[in-house]
Design a protein around this ligand. Structure first.
Ligand code: NAD
Ligand code: DAU
Length: 369
């Protein structure tokens, strides 16, 4: 397989090996992964590079983007990095042309619900306007396949007795974040319907795993438990999320990109509904921290009570189902954070932001960096 050869051979030979492998599989692709320096994006890049494709990462490196997530992956040949925003139309167009992009997976987003409650503007700019820029460029440049990474949160909240979300559930987003994601999904649908763009939407439940920014629930709790810090639980802590390991999600995205038809919507979930209190209790056990660190704090305004996903559709259409049991995946994730304290300590200390600003000054509009 071409990837394992990369470390052993010179670039020209590697390129030939990649090309030959690609040709023999009739599978020549350059995939642009926007937001590829974030949590899911960087995991997806690693998955993609196990197949015979070239990957271009376009990422603005906001507070959530981290080049350390792609350590050992970017080589300037088979995996290229471009710093910039998806809202910069000429930069996106230039990137697509320069690297002859055939497929686009949009993972770039403002992704944290709490931040959207404090300031929704960056969510509207990136998640809605940025997505429209990508759709326009994809259409103008004849990109073969476009995949919009969306979320189960577009369906809103369930009660304890409601049926899980399915692709037939109505869109009822309840936070500025989920409203911006739902708007983007509608724009993707419009591009398919009006312009015949080959675009697919995937909607997934709560991911966890390596490289997740420690503002999100699971990594925040792990990092704080490892540092003997407080474990803040919003409200009564009985809210339920359906947790999926990021590797299972990435596998689903790859299948959707390969086999999805224009206009398809795929819903991924982990079949692992857990209350926040149950999850934090398990993290306390796995880290050996004291349960007295758990603190009930003010609830999130408009806090969605429960998410759950019916995956029977994707099992049927894509032959996909989640294979990493939550207890196993959580244990591995706790171990990963324990073994990668330099990664999260650099983020928490602000050292990483300083490094980015010094090493990668924001590019001027339209200039691939
Ligand atoms: P993340 O916040 O970890 O990463 C987002 C990435 O996008 C970062 O690298 C950031 O620098 C980049 N970015 C932000 N604005 C940008 C812009 N204007 N131009 C270019 N890059 C920009 O997010 P994540 O958790 O990896 O989520 C990725 C996608 O998956 C998002 O669309 C999110 O809505 C969706 N999603 C996330 C989850 C989850 O549980 N994390 C679940 C379902 C769907
Ligand atoms: O369902 C998919 C979505 O999952 C993604 O679209 C979002 O990008 C992702 O952030 C996530 O949204 P949530 O709001 O569910 O995730 P978050 O990690 O912020 O919170 C998970 C649960 O934990 C939620 O019920 C709020 C609660 N929570 C969160 C934090 C940060 C706490 O109790 N305390 C906290 O400090």
């Amino acid at each position: 397989m071409a990837v394992s050869v990369t470390t052993l051979l010179g670039h020209n030979v590697v390129r030939s090996v990649v090309l030959l492998t690609s040709l023999s599989l009739s599978f020549v692709k350059t995939v642009l992964v926007t937001g590829g320096a974030g949590f899911i994006g960087s995991n997806l890049v690693r998955h993609l590079l196990r197949t015979p494709v070239r990957v271009v990462v376009l990422d603005a490196l906001t507070y959530a983007g981290n080049l350390a997530n792609l350590d050992g992956v970017i080589d300037g040949e088979r995996c290229v990095f471009v710093r910039g925003t998806i809202g910069d139309r000429s930069l996106v167009a230039k990137t697509v042309t320069t690297y002859a992009v055939t497929h686009l997976v949009n993972c770039a987003a403002e992704s944290h619900v709490d931040r959207s409650i404090h300031d929704s503007r960056p969510f509207l700019e990136t998640n809605i306007m940025g997505t429209q820029v990508l759709l326009d460029v994809a259409r103008e440049m004849g990109i073969q396949r476009f995949l919009q990474m969306s979320t189960d949160e577009v369906y809103g909240s369930l009660t304890a007795t409601d049926e899980p979300f399915s692709t037939y559930s109505p869109l009822r987003p309840s936070s500025p974040y989920s409203a911006s994601k739902a708007a983007a999904d509608m724009l993707v649908g419009a591009a398919v319907h009006t312009h015949g763009l080959h675009a697919i939407v995937t909607r997934c439940s709560n991911n966890y795993g390596p490289y997740q920014f420690p503002e999100k629930f699971i990594p925040l709790m792990i990092v704080n438990a490892l540092s003997q810090g407080p474990l803040p639980i919003y409200g009564d802590g009985r809210q339920v999320r359906d947790w999926i390991h990021v590797d299972d999600h990435c596998r689903g995205v790859m299948l959707a990109l390969e086999h999805g038809n224009a206009g398809d919507v795929f819903l991924f979930g982990g079949n692992a509904e857990r209350s926040n209190l149950d999850v934090v209790t398990r993290i306390v056990q796995l880290t050996g921290a004291s349960a007295s660190l758990i603190r009930h704090v003010d609830d999130r305004p408009g806090h969605d009570r429960r998410y759950a996903v019916n995956t029977s559709d994707v099992e049927h259409t894509l032959g996909w189902k989640p294979i990493i049991p939550f207890e196993e995946g959580l244990e591995d994730t706790v171990r990963w954070y324990a073994e990668h304290s330099t990664w999260w300590q650099a983020i928490l200390s602000g050292e990483y932001r300083t490094y980015v600003e010094q090493t990668y000054p924001a590019p001027s509009a339209g200039q691939p960096s």
